[in-house]
Write a protein that binds this ligand. Structure first.
Ligand SMILES: Cc1cn([C@H]2C[C@H](O)[C@@H](COP(=O)(O)OP(=O)(O)O[C@H]3O[C@@H](C)C(=O)[C@@H](O)[C@H]3O)O2)c(=O)[nH]c1=O
Length: 182
């Protein structure tokens, strides 16, 4: 398993070692010891799985208390995955990391606490799986506007069409009006 810091070093891309043979493949997707040695020293308490169709954008989400770190990956299809730094004290506040995660490339992304997270579905359908370091807490959940110009996120929109959003994500505040972290 390779742990590769991104341009925001706390956001880490993980490339699993894939063992292919005549039966298919095997890979480890998380291991406490190697994760801790590579800066992901957290206990995970919840695993989630969602399925979406092409053009869906889920995000950008975060919790202001019970802040969640998320270890995310795709088990079917492909998405463009984004993490936005919402830590005011960070030199990369407001900046983001975006990359394609797919069932084919098997990459994973570590999104630390203090970041908003979202993804856009590029394939016909995509199944998204992730581990969280704290429990879902709807009262603390916040959404950040996916296309806030200040964020400068280059979403790879299929046919240039606007994504399909949940009602809450469609009315999310821009960064200037969003709750952030110290
Ligand atoms: C996230 C979540 C949702 N739910 C419920 C609430 C709601 O009825 C239904 C769908 O919830 P949402 O619309 O918030 O689902 P979704 O838009 O997929 O939310 C997720 O988006 C991605 C980008 C993230 O980073 C996640 O942390 C999470 O916020 O599932 C849970 O029961 N537990 C959970 O952990």
């Amino acid at each position: 398993m390779k742990f590769i810091p991104t341009k925001i070093p706390d956001v880490i891309m993980i490339e699993p070692t894939v063992f292919g043979d005549h039966r298919g493949f095997f890979m480890e997707t998380w291991q406490r010891k190697t994760s801790a040695e590579n800066g992901i020293d957290y206990d995970f308490v919840q695993d989630n799985h969602s399925k979406s169709t092409q053009g869906i954008l889920r995000g950008l989400h975060y919790q202001i208390e019970q802040t969640q770190g998320k270890l995310v990956r795709v088990v079917e299809g492909s998405v463009y995955d984004v993490a936005v730094d919402l830590r005011k004290s960070s030199p990369t506040f407001g900046e983001s990391v975006g990359l394609e995660l797919s069932a084919e490339n098997k990459k994973m992304l570590w999104v630390p606490p203090g970041f908003a997270h979202g993804f856009y579905v590029m394939s016909e359908t995509a199944e998204f799986v992730y581990k969280c370091t704290d429990y879902y807490a709807p009262e603390h959940e916040r959404s950040l506007l996916w296309n806030d110009e200040k964020l400068k996120i280059d979403w790879p929109l299929v046919n240039g069409e606007n994504p399909i959003l949940s009602d809450k994500d469609a009315v999310a505040p821009a960064l200037a009006n969003a709750e952030t972290f110290a």
